[in-house]
Design a protein around this ligand. Structure first.
Ligand SMILES: Cc1cc2nc3c(=O)[nH]c(=O)nc-3n(C[C@H](O)[C@H](O)[C@H](O)COP(=O)(O)OP(=O)(O)OC[C@H]3O[C@@H](n4cnc5c(N)ncnc54)[C@H](O)[C@@H]3O)c2cc1C
Ligand code: SF4
Length: 372
């Protein structure tokens, strides 16, 4: 695939994977069995703050983690400063006082907790006097997939899903849009791993029936001759794509769940069409003999959720400032992709981690003014 891309004048690169290639910080090297495709990594080779950052912070003796604790509200004083969180653990209710609260419960729960945390200072939810909490939600639209059949075996029976060959030539504003009727683009990614059951769920590309002996024979011959890809397209923020509290559905504690309202807009549909064409071009250049174009998709929700507590200088249109602290409750910081104002064509987590470090560094440097 890399060679074919270079032939087209594109710039392929190995997709970055936050996985140990060799033993590192007492964590194993990847064993390339791919269980992490929707499962965890039982070797701790794959990065997660649960195995990398948090244990090291605990070793300092200055971090206490309270597990199995469900935060229900962020509490504030009469002036609107956060005073701590109330949470449930083992059926008991606790209050954890705090000089500073950092909310890091992922996009949906960050928004839900803030909207649930109503008080005289914030009658419509924490830090929501400007009505911005939940606004500008984005998720990577699903769909626009392409499946390809090759005349030869691909030898993909190993590896991890985070491994692949990628193209950013058609991502974001990396290319000339002057004759195009959309903003944004997509990252094209061809997986280089495969596992037996997923491989056997292959399409027959119109070359065999979908059942019986002929199907079995086709799968036996072709399971290692086909591949799929991942096309990750940017999604713009829209006023009418948002998160709020569901008016009727509640969780087992009686609190409203988060409701997602999101439409697949024309701009995103045009991106999907355009980048799907590029993917077909790439597969053809690599020698594919059959191609299936999947539907253009829907507005998710995918595994990547952005926005809802948007970052920006203007308190009228944003929830947090450039350092990730609330414009309204000065000792409340918000971490995660909920602070992002755009989605881009890439996965969120490394950017969310970088923003997390930035918020933490700002807090350390300005502790006395933020903690009050
Ligand atoms: C199947 C899947 C595949 C993905 N693949 C990728 C990928 O390849 N690359 C990538 O960049 N991103 C990927 N993502 C997205 C990535 O997982 C998230 O962006 C990332 O985990 C977000 O980090 P976070 O710390 O903000 O939230 P989380 O990792 O969700 O952590 C939030 C924590 O808060 C806790 N919590 C939530 N609510 C409460 C509450 N009320 N009280 C107390 N605790 C609470 C949760 O238990 C959790 O531990 C994937 C997601 C999924 C689901
Ligand atoms: S393939 Fe995935 S689950 Fe297996 S060791 Fe590597 S990162 Fe972990």
């Amino acid at each position: 695939m890399a060679e074919a891309a270079r032939g087209l004048g594109w710039h392929p690169f190995p997709g970055p994977a936050a996985v140990n290639s060799v033993r590192y910080q007492n964590r194993a090297a990847c064993a390339y069995h791919g269980f992490c495709d929707r499962g965890g990594c039982h070797l701790d080779a794959k990065n997660s703050t649960a195995v990398s950052t948090i244990p090291r912070a605990q070793e300092t003796g200055r971090l206490q983690v309270v597990t199995e604790a469900h935060v229900r509200r962020v509490e504030v004083d009469g002036e609107g400063r956060a005073t701590g969180v109330s949470y449930l653990k083992g059926g008991e209710e606790y209050f954890q006082p705090a000089d500073v609260v950092l909310l890091a419960s992922y996009t949906y729960e960050n928004v839900r907790l803030m909207l649930l945390s109503k008080s005289p200072a914030y009658p419509d939810g924490l830090s929501n006097n400007g009505g911005q909490v939940g606004r500008h939600y984005m998720t990577h639209a699903t769909g626009a997939g392409v499946l390809a059949l090759f005349p030869h075996r691909l030898n993909r029976w190993y590896g991890l899903p985070a491994q692949g060959v990628a193209i950013d030539d058609w991502a974001a504003d990396n290319f000339d849009h002057s004759d195009l009727d959309f903003i944004g683009g997509g990252n094209l990614w061809v997986y280089s791993d495969r596992r037996p059951i997923a491989a056997a769920r292959m399409p027959t590309f119109g070359r065999a029936p979908r059942w019986g002996s002929a199907w079995k024979a086709f799968v036996a011959d072709n399971a290692d001759r086909w591949t799929n890809c991942y096309i990750q397209k940017s999604t713009l923020p829209y006023e009418d794509n948002y998160l709020d509290l569901h008016p009727t559905v509640t969780d087992p504690l009686g609190d409203p769940v988060c409701r997602i309202t999101a439409d697949f807009k024309d701009n995103e549909r045009r991106i999907a069409t355009f980048v799907q064409d590029r993917m077909v071009e790439w597969f053809r250049a690599a020698g594919a003999v059959e191609i299936i174009r999947q539907g253009l998709g829907t507005m998710g929700p995918s595994t990547h959720a952005y926005g809802g507590t948007r970052m920006g200088d203007d308190p009228e249109t944003n929830v947090v400032d450039r350092w990730g602290f609330s414009h309204e409750a000065p000792n409340l910081g918000i971490l995660g992709a909920s602070v992002m104002g755009t989605s881009g064509s890439h996965n969120p987590t490394l950017t969310a981690q970088a923003l997390g470090w930035r918020t933490a560094a700002h807090l350390v440097e300005n502790w006395s003014s933020i903690a009050g």
